[in-house]
Design a protein around this ligand. Structure first.
Ligand SMILES: [Mn+2]
Length: 292
């Protein structure tokens, strides 16, 4: 048996980062996400926040077999030996209450943030990023007031949304706000990127991995790497680290020519398709000449 047929058609990475899957909402592209999780393997999987959308628990909670399938596949990664780290975001902040007890369920570790060291030695700060909402929104105002106002804004942001939740208001969404900015969106996204990059720099890291604004990006900002793994609602993106430490953004929908307008596939349908693909690539592999 050759290596490919032994592992099926799964692409092997050192690390996978995904965030903003918003399971529990109709918007979650759980069929594409299940496909991605089924066809990849990794040593470390980081779930960088807003994985399960707890803000929707009160109203219009949506859950179907693909949402189950995603959870099952995440657990399969953990059981298969991947180190899985779950960093809660603002939409799954109910898990933040369990951070102090160092909770671990099904091999999944819960962390406020994490440090990831790449194969080539880059130290990356991994965090969701919602702490910086107020910085993006009130950038000019904060710049006038200086450092302590900035720190206060970071704290106030947490209280602001906790209060909204208690009063039964929906979460104030930065990603939705950015979309409404139209003219100012590019600037506002820029402010978010700078805020996150500066946080990584201030804490002595080579870069930051985050999510939250549903905008995948990989670029250098103020001398550190800004890496945003995007989302599985408006796009289907992941950040991966290859075995040599090379980082890459993957657009799963574009890569597989998946259409957002296509009807959602049931988990059983897509599993059958994946099995057929795996069988086909095993056959293709056998046709190839032996490697020398
Ligand atoms: Mn978020």
């Amino acid at each position: 048996m050759n290596a490919l047929s032994a592992t099926g058609a799964r692409a092997s990475y050192r690390t996978i980062f995904i965030s903003d899957t918003h399971l529990g909402t109709r918007g979650c592209r759980s069929d594409f996400l299940a496909d991605f999780l089924r066809r990849t393997s990794c040593q470390q999987l980081y779930l960088v926040g807003d994985i399960i959308d707890g803000w929707r628990l009160r109203k219009s909670w949506y859950w179907d077999e693909n949402h189950d399938e995603v959870l099952r596949l995440i657990l399969r990664h953990a059981r298969g030996g991947a180190e899985v780290t779950y960093i809660p975001g603002n939409h799954d902040e109910m898990f933040r209450a369990w951070l102090p007890i160092g909770l671990e369920i099904g091999g999944i570790r819960l962390r406020k943030d994490a440090v990831h060291t790449t194969a080539d030695g880059k130290r990356l700060l991994v965090m969701h990023g919602d702490e910086f909402d107020s910085v993006v929104r009130y950038a000019k105002f904060l710049a006038l007031l200086g450092d302590s106002a900035y720190t206060t804004a970071l704290t106030a942001n947490r209280w602001f949304n906790a209060a909204r939740r208690r009063l039964g208001y929906p979460y104030w969404s930065l990603s939705a706000w950015l979309k409404r900015q139209v003219k100012g969106a590019v600037k506002a996204i820029g402010r978010y990127e700078v805020a996150l990059a500066n946080e990584a720099k201030r804490r002595g890291f080579d870069g930051v991995v985050c999510g939250h604004i549903h905008h995948a990006e990989m670029r250098e900002v103020n001398g550190v790497l800004y890496l945003n793994d995007g989302d599985w609602v408006e796009s289907c993106t992941a950040l991966v680290e290859h075995h040599d430490g090379r980082l890459e953004l993957i657009d799963w929908a574009a890569l597989n020519r998946l259409s957002f307008f296509a009807p959602r596939q049931s988990a059983a349908q897509s599993a059958a398709q994946t099995a057929a693909q795996a069988a086909k690539s095993a056959v293709d592999a056998e046709r190839l000449p032996e490697p020398v």
